[in-house]
Design a protein around this ligand. Sequence first.
Ligand code: SME
Length: 154
Amino acid sequence: MIEGDFLDYLNAERKMKKLLLNEPKSIAFQKIVDFLHDSFEKYSWVGIYFLKRNELVLGPWRGKQATEHTTILLGTGICGAAAKTGKTELVDDVSKDKRYLSCFLSTRSEIVVPIKKMNVVVGEIDIDSDGTAAFNKNDVIFLEKVADMLGQHI
Ligand code: SME
């Protein structure tokens, strides 16, 4: 897929909507993670965390390696910050962000988008990229739409 093309994001959104309608939640979420990872080359690692009390718990993920951070306390790391504030975190260079919890040596940038249900954070999409400043405004808009879709199905 050619990245940054508006139509690519639109098509991806349509495909994911179908996935959510046609599959049970447990399968659909894994398929969405797989789809994101496989469709955008710069999405090197894609995972969904679910917020349980004051802790983020890793759900479906796709990437080269498993992460040791299968649980993250609310307010800790970039993931915990996004879950606490309910706002998307976009980090162009993880080596310059003191909050960053390292998972993979190859990661250069990261985006974390909260998933909300009735305006309350219930989880998040976490994407690592091996490229510096890999995520742009289109990724933010696109992934916030995906998070909205997921929030309606949690
Ligand atoms: N880097 C994240 C931790 C999760 S891993 O990227 C999968 C953070 O700083 O919260």
